[in-house]
Design a protein around this ligand. Structure first.
Ligand code: HAM
Length: 420
């Protein structure tokens, strides 16, 4: 093979791809149950949407975007996340003129030019859910509960919810100034000093021990929230308590995207090492205005599907991932193959997952393929069966076999498979 996938691209092939689908479906089902509607949005956008929406000083925008000029000379960018594009889509299509909140979800690939490592890819997959047009703390709690139900439905038991509030346009600047003053008194390298100027909250996220050690006494946002933000946060915490959702108050939690206000959260998984974030989200009450829209508060979250697959593997939750084959057809000879394709098609139409041998294969090879397929039953059609107008059904788990009249085969198998 002379070609390889581009570096850092996450790809899934069977059987592991079934796990990815299962993860996506768990969140989609939780979203549907809460009346969120599906959106298929642009995979690339006007670059300025992300510059203005996500924030010029973020790593995502300043270092990680896949930006290129298209043949018409426009600067476009492959989406590094969904929120800005989803909001753009909702505004452009006028959904916010209907009943509020607008509740939507989407899912697919996102692109960030990061240094690839375990759990960190350049093309990765997100689920994304957003509620637009409400400041009610109950909608914050609803989105968190949906995320929580997604992880739980997958059987994950070790996911933790880290919760913080980042304040709003009233109190955040005051906190930012206090933090900057504190940070200016520290021993920091040039690059970090520049960051203190540009995006001081990100410094709190610095993982280097020599920086971390100096941050112990850094002011925390919780002590600087204005009354409205403190009340909002208190309400969200209360509601999560009502819903039985455990959270860890994390006053130092900051996010990599600039649009957040008030409620912010991350889900992490302790078995994933450095890339432990399996999802993140929060409120972004000023994002609409910053991309030229009307005032439209919003909140949402995005689980990272790749990392959730890794978390499921780490927790040993990989059994019965595939839509496993239930019946496997073994035709012996050309004419039998024609009959078998008919039988297998009728089984599929009856809802049975069925496959068969294609091409010329001896009985031994064909039975081996049947075993490997994981099916519960093999169905054989050879000359003897054709003459007697029967099929031979073999239970692959216990080896028992019996002849069934050809016209009863679909009914017999469908009933057994559904009972299993
Ligand atoms: P984010 O925290 O940047 O938030 O990404 C959400 C999740 O996507 C992360 O927790 C992680 O699981 C996954 N992820 C991010 N980058 C990578 C990568 N390079 N490789 C693998 N997985 C990755 C957002 O994207 C926000 N748009 C979430 C949101 C929705 N906020 C409000 N609404």
């Amino acid at each position: 093979m002379s070609f390889q996938a581009p570096k850092g691209v996450s790809e899934y092939v069977p059987p592991r791809s079934a796990l990815l689908l299962r993860v996506r479906e768990a969140f989609a089902a939780a979203a549907r149950r809460a009346c969120y509607g599906y959106v298929e949005q642009a995979v690339f956008e006007d670059t300025q949407l992300f510059v203005r929406g996500v924030g010029e000083s973020t790593d995502v925008v300043s270092k990680e975007m896949y930006t290129f000029e298209d043949r018409g000379g426009r600067s476009v960018t492959l989406r590094p996340e969904f929120t800005a594009g989803l909001l753009r889509c909702v505004l452009e299509r006028g959904l916010h003129n209907g009943p509020l909140p607008v509740k939507v979800w989407a899912s697919g690939p996102a692109f960030r030019y990061e240094r690839p490592q375990a759990g960190r890819f350049r093309q990765f997959y997100q689920f994304d859910l957003e509620a637009l047009g409400s400041e009610d703390p109950a909608i914050d709690a609803e989105t968190i509960a949906i995320a929580w139900d997604g992880y739980t439905a997958l059987g994950l038991t070790q996911v933790r919810l880290l919760l913080n509030s980042l304040g709003d346009k009233e109190c955040r600047p005051v906190y930012r100034a206090a933090l900057q003053e504190f940070l200016r008194g520290l021993e920091l390298d040039e690059q970090t000093r520049a960051r203190v100027q540009l995006n001081p909250l990100r410094v709190l996220d610095d993982k280097r021990p020599e920086v971390k050690a100096q941050l112990t006494d850094a002011p925390v946002i919780a002590d600087h929230l204005c009354k409205a933000c403190a009340d909002h946060h208190g309400r969200v915490r209360e509601l999560l308590g009502d819903l039985g959702i455990e959270y860890i108050d994390s006053p130092r939690l900051v996010r990599g995207l600039d649009y957040y206000t008030r409620t912010t959260y991350e889900f992490d998984h302790p078995l994933l090492g450095a890339q432990s974030g399996v999802g993140g989200g929060g409120r972004y009450d000023g994002l609409s205005e910053s991309i030229g829209g009307p005032s439209l508060p919003g909140i949402g979250f995005a689980p990272g599907l790749d990392r959730i697959v890794l978390a499921m593997e780490a927790e040993g939750l990989t059994s019965d991932t595939a839509d496993g084959c239930q019946v496997y057809g073994v035709p012996l000879g050309d004419t039998a193959r024609r009959d078998m394709l008919g039988l297998v098609t009728r089984l599929r139409r009856a809802g049975v997952v069925a496959d068969m041998v294609f091409g010329e294969r001896g009985v031994k090879g064909a039975m081996k393929a049947a075993d490997r397929s994981g099916a519960t039953y093999a169905v054989l059609i050879g000359d003897a069966e054709r003459n007697a107008q029967t099929v031979l059904i073999k239970d692959l788990k216990n080896g028992e076999q019996l002849n069934v009249p050809g016209d009863q085969a679909v009914g017999w198998l469908t009933e057994r498979v559904k009972r299993a």
